[in-house]
Design a binder for this molecule. Structure first.
Ligand code: 5RP
Length: 219
């Protein structure tokens, strides 16, 4: 099974993101996971469309924008204009997930939906035809460096059986606490899209990414 790795820059050195992009490219990344936090949906703040636009000018990595915001409807267009290739909304952040996924798809971009640790996967049943990525949050969203919540392995297995029945390809993502120990566990449960942040940015980024890719290939 091909396993994709989407490095999150949440724990990167923000004073030198151009270098970070180069390190990730050298390490073999294809995706860049961009955590957008508004201080309301989650208790942390990150960055907005202008930063994404600046990064877009420096790399061809696939931009995977993860909206951890209230009122995501107001930010879909700005992030598409800034260069997002994929936009993931949170199921818990809107009364109208179907409408927002449809809006992302109508813009020609890949649409993702994220589930907080306590959210049931059954909520996705009537959205599946609009989804390119399901992102299981294996930590409570808002901060890097948290420990993987083990009971999310059960949810990954449930979602795996749902995506197998879908006519289109749906990536099964996991976000939070992914490292050399947890990656094999989530892959065994069915995940094929791993978001990872603090593991990569402790020490040698290029080596850490290469090590993770190798572990994923062997799993
Ligand atoms: O969405 C996120 C936090 O809300 C991050 O993408 C996630 O936590 C990755 O960081 P780490 O690998 O350090 O857990």
């Amino acid at each position: 099974m091909l396993v994709n790795i989407a490095p999150s820059i949440l724990n990167a050195d923000f004073s030198n993101l151009e270098l970070v992009l180069k390190q990730l490219e050298t390490g073999g990344a294809k995706y860049l996971h961009l955590d957008i936090m508004d201080g309301h949906f989650v208790p942390n703040l990150t960055f907005g469309p202008p930063v994404v636009k600046s990064l877009r000018a420096k790399t061809n990595l696939i931009f995977d924008v993860h909206l951890m915001v209230e009122k995501p409807e107001s930010l879909i267009e700005p992030f598409i204009e800034a260069g997002a290739d994929m936009i993931t909304i949170h199921w818990e952040s809107t009364r109208h997930p179907h409408r927002l996924l449809q809006k992302i798809k109508d813009s020609g971009k890949k649409a993702g939906i994220a589930l907080n640790p306590a959210t049931l996967p059954e909520n996705l049943e009537y959205l599946l035809d609009l989804i390119d990525l399901i992102l299981i949050m294996s930590v409570n969203p808002g901060f890097g460096g948290q420990s993987f919540i083990n009971n999310q392995l059960t949810k990954i297995r449930k979602v795996k059986s749902m995506v197998c029945k879908a006519p289109q390809e749906i990536l099964l993502g996991v976000d939070g606490g992914i490292n050399l120990q947890t990656a094999p566990l989530v892959i065994e449960a069915g995940a094929n899209f791993l978001v990872t942040g603090s593991f990569l940015f402790k020490g040698d980024v290029i080596k850490n990414l290469k090590d993770l890719i190798e572990v994923c290939q062997k799993s």
